[in-house]
Design a protein around this ligand. Sequence first.
Ligand SMILES: Nc1ncnc2c1ncn2[C@@H]1O[C@H](COP(=O)(O)OP(=O)(O)O)[C@@H](O)[C@H]1O
Ligand SMILES: [Mg+2]
Length: 315
Amino acid sequence: MDGAADRQQASNGQRAAGGALGPRGKGLFGRLLKGLRTPQAPREEATSIAIASGKGGTGKSFLATSLAVALHRSERRTVLVDCDFGLACDHLLLGVKPTVTLQQLLAGQCTLEQVLVKSPCGPRLLPGASGVRRMATPTDKDLTTFARELGVLAGNEDTLLLDLGAGIAPATVLTMLSADWVVLVTQPEIAALVDAYAVIKCVAQLKSDAKFLIVVNRVGTPGRGEMAFQRLAEVATQNVGVELRYLGEVPDDDSVMQHRLGQLPLIATEPESPTSQAVQGLAERLIQICGGLRQRTVKGDEGIQARFRQHRLFL
Ligand SMILES: Nc1ncnc2c1ncn2[C@@H]1O[C@H](COP(=O)(O)OP(=O)(O)O)[C@@H](O)[C@H]1O
Ligand SMILES: [Mg+2]
């Protein structure tokens, strides 16, 4: 997807998202709903992290699969959920061959336990469907089921990594709104930065306290990632009043590309390489910034399933 297409989609998305109520109406309606809901018991739940980008091909799946391996090695119970609806590929990057995917789970044809697959490097994967047009635009019922399954999954894990498709399709924005954190993956070039800003703007209009962590991938010269981040952070603070945090940069490295199907991620095959060390550093900062990435207590109506349900009303 190119920048112009993303930008067009961004403005469409904002129109749809602003919807009938707009952000102010959303606040009022949200408070009203909260008042009507009966309080539910607190529960233990995983921290959820959406891995997103504006432009396609910035390295989300590379990063999501690598972080899943790194977090598993840091003894966090980790599940990677491939939320690139219709164009999933995390199973290839983790060297697994799933027999059922999110498609069968949402259709009620298999259980969560049947669809979760343990990868050779350790973390478990909830694989997505690839080349299935119906999955590219999940229905309302699909999203309700997806939210329920995410809720069940969150109850059993420390960390959920949600690898998203690029851009601001409604299901993608909904997942970003419902996650605890959004790791936005960009590159040190103008089209990727402009599209990253479009995502920030779109999400922040619907959730003013959204928490963004920025990764600059494919950096040619060390330090360029932080320079790119500073520019993005300045624009985001000035125009949408959102504070971004810098997670770090990853070098541009040919060895990231997996040449054979079933090949394992670089972080597993060459853990000492500068790129693997950079990803390891990102995982450590993620643990630090996101409160340890262990299960924590949430109020019953503030878990991921409840947030999904709440935000779905406004998309
Ligand atoms: N740091 C990097 N250095 C070199 N190539 C990279 C790097 N990160 C990702 N790539 C390559 O870029 C392409 C897109 O990466 P991918 O993770 O599939 O992006 P996305 O999930 O955002 O679409 C892949 O061919 C991948 O191998
Ligand atoms: Mg991807």
